[in-house]
Design a protein around this ligand. Structure first.
Ligand code: CA
Length: 230
């Protein structure tokens, strides 16, 4: 298989260089940028398969870099590396379009695992043109990344879209928070974090609040279900 190319945007040069060496040793191609602005320019000038992104960066911060990447290429996986790991930082990162998070300090083999999972997912992600998932009058066009209720287009962030896609693919089945954490975030959340509940409430505000037929229901103690019939 062709060598996968990884861009490391991290201003702590020692960390960046260590990551690069580790990735090269594991059969990846890697390049480093020690500044957000330079990193984004590098991303836009070459083809990369995945980006490792620090948040506190000179030039542009990680959130801004991530938004810049999403504005140009919505599919490249981005893993945010940060020492800030409060829930608000995570939500801000996901809102900016990050796919996964790793809190510093982390073990290199954990990073490798996340990289491999995300790269596999992008390879798998071929979806026939015009594929539409439906529940009642809700429609999700996977090809156009478009969500509608009736004729109304609903704007979702990347993470909200992924969460709704997972709910739709499992419609009429109760799914646990643990299932959602693993399948949508690809992490095991600590049980006391409420990222999932926060995102479910974002989704409800956007797809259910204004409509009589509520699609997302809570199963107390069990999780959530997207239900088509009342
Ligand atoms: Ca930094």
């Amino acid at each position: 298989m062709e060598e996968r190319k990884i861009l490391i945007i991290e201003d702590e040069q020692k960390i960046a260089d260590t990551l690069k060496i580790g990735l090269l040793e594991n059969g990846f191609y890697a390049e480093t940028a020690y500044d957000g602005k330079i990193g984004l320019q590098l991303f836009l000038s070459r083809e990369f398969d995945l980006v490792l992104l620090d948040i506190n960066l000179p030039g542009l911060n990680g959130y801004e870099v991530c938004k810049g990447i999403r504005a140009h290429n919505s599919n490249v996986p981005v893993i945010v590396l940060t020492s800030m790991n409060t829930i608000n930082d995570k939500i801000e990162g996901y809102d900016a379009g990050a796919d996964d998070y790793l809190s510093k300090p982390f073990e290199f083999r954990e990073l490798l695992l996340k990289i491999r999972v995300l790269l596999k997912r992008t390879l798998r992600q071929y979806i026939p043109e015009g594929t539409v998932l439906k529940a009642a009058d809700l429609q999700m066009n996977l090809d156009r990344k478009e969500v509608k209720r009736g004729d109304t287009i609903i704007q979702l962030t990347a993470k909200e879209f992924q969460l709704l896609e997972y709910l739709l693919r499992n419609k009429n089945r109760v799914i646990s928070r643990a299932d959602i954490a693993i399948n949508v975030w690809e992490v095991d959340f600590d049980t006391n974090t409420n990222v999932i509940d926060v995102y479910i409430s974002y989704l409800r505000n956007k797809i259910d609040k204004k409509y009589d037929q509520k699609l997302i229901r809570t199963h107390i103690g069990m999780g959530y279900i997207l239900k088509e019939n009342t």
